[in-house]
Design a protein around this ligand. Structure first.
Ligand code: DCP
Ligand code: MG
Length: 386
């Protein structure tokens, strides 16, 4: 499964596990079918129709699918050919990034009217800490509902919101009643909520980890509670610590408004450990595709590629290479990763996970960039890494 790199609960937060902090009020907002909804708004003839935004070429993928398209089983990141096979009458539109960015700016402005503690996760998603909000509204639910109403008023689009006392719960909550939904998970409800939450919904649990958990008899948060920290760490490495604490609603990560993207990456935990070097190389191409897609989505360009390889026994190595040009093409990433991977000895039990991250950001104004820009970036300023 391709997924986000797992966040690791810091050691210092662990001793506070018996005193779960429920004092904060965290809101997670996520626009519904974002790119697709903007297109339906601007092309009313497509309202109510299955529509996707993405590349309509042989190797194109779906970026966003309207909720009507989802009824045909169409999802983000699906190959466009497959989506068209599922729904031949599908409306396919190319992305209009400038328009999506303008809407993103509008919703940010709305968030800022309530708090400066806004952490943007992508164009359409943010965490807000509204414990002490600018309008002195005592109820976080009220804040969230006002924000949703204002977004609709000013942009004509709908957003879903989740409210709770930590980031993990707020984010799970916002996904529960999509589209145009609202969910509150109060401190009183949280233990029961997490007890029945399927482990697939836990942060960082992909298919391979879920399968392993099921083999250990872990299907829900309640099952996780039966395992000690040591047992989970020995089964899942550092991720085990995160699962241990999340199952106890212990997520003290602050809403970090100054978060600047330092890297973009993804990783693939194989369903079965892989020993064949060629197969691993093939998987790398898919990972590189995803990294480039994420870089485009977050307008990130960097010069350093880091390859992470985790072996079947959870041992992990990383290799990095810094180029004198911005890394932004799939073929380039694959070539650099394969050069680094050539020097890695694959142990007999094989490889469990491969991850790739691009870092060393190139910022606007960098004069070192001499290559022609990709069409995707052609409307942007040049970038620098100073
Ligand atoms: N996006 C993308 N490629 C993906 C996922 C998303 O380009 N694999 C883009 C298009 C989405 C936008 O980012 O519209 C926001 O992503 P979300 O994951 O929030 O998905 P949506 O907003 O489309 O749908 P949802 O209603 O599930 O949030
Ligand atoms: Mg969304």
């Amino acid at each position: 499964m391709l997924g986000d790199a797992l966040f690791v609960i810091p050691e210092r937060d662990c001793e506070r596990v018996n005193k779960v902090d429920t004092s904060r009020k965290i809101v997670h907002i996520d626009m519904d079918a974002f790119f697709a909804s903007v297109e339906q708004r601007d092309n009313p003839e497509y309202c109510g129709l299955p529509l996707v935004v993405g590349g309509n070429c042989a190797r194109g993928v779906v970026a966003a699918a309207s909720y009507e398209a989802r009824q045909f089983g169409i999802r983000s990141a699906m190959a466009m050919q497959k989506a068209l096979a599922k729904c031949p009458s599908l409306v396919v539109l190319p992305p209009r990034m400038e328009t999506y960015k303008a809407v993103s700016l509008q919703i940010r402005e709305i968030f800022q009217e309530y708090t400066d503690l806004v952490e943007l996760l992508s164009l359409d998603e943010a965490f807000l800490d509204v414990t002490h909000n600018k309008k002195a509204i005592p109820s976080a639910s009220w804040v969230a509902q006002q924000i949703r109403a204002t977004i609709h008023e000013r942009t004509g689009l709908t957003a879903s919101a989740g409210v709770s006392f930590n980031k993990f719960l707020a984010k799970v909550a916002s996904g529960m009643n999509k589209p145009n939904g609202f969910t509150l998970i109060s401190p009183e409800q949280a233990p029961d909520f997490i007890a029945v939450l399927p482990i697939e919904k836990f942060f960082g649990v992909g298919k391979a980890t879920a399968d392993k958990m099921h083999r250990m008899g872990i299907a829900t948060g309640a099952d996780l509670l039966r395992y000690s920290l040591e047992e989970l760490e020995s089964a899942f490495g550092k991720a085990g610590r995160t699962y241990f604490h999340i199952a106890r609603n212990n997520d003290l990560r602050p809403v970090n408004p100054d978060r600047e993207r330092h890297s973009v990456g993804t990783e693939d935990t194989f369903e079965q450990d892989v020993r064949d070097r060629r197969e691993i190389s093939n998987r790398m191409a898919a990972i590189a595709h995803e990294v480039v897609r994420r870089m485009e989505r977050s307008q990130f360009v960097g010069r350093t590629l880091t390859l992470k390889v985790k072996f079947a026994d959870f041992r992990q190595i990383t290799r990095s290479r810094t180029m004198d040009y911005p890394i932004r093409e799939v073929d380039d990433i694959v070539a650099i990763a394969q050069q680094m991977f050539a020097g890695v000895t694959i142990p007999p039990k094989g490889v469990r996970l491969v991850g790739m991250t691009v870092s060393n950001v190139c910022r606007p104004g960098w004069t070192g960039w001499r290559q022609p820009m990709l069409p995707f970036f052609s409307e942007c300023e040049p970038w620098t890494n100073t």
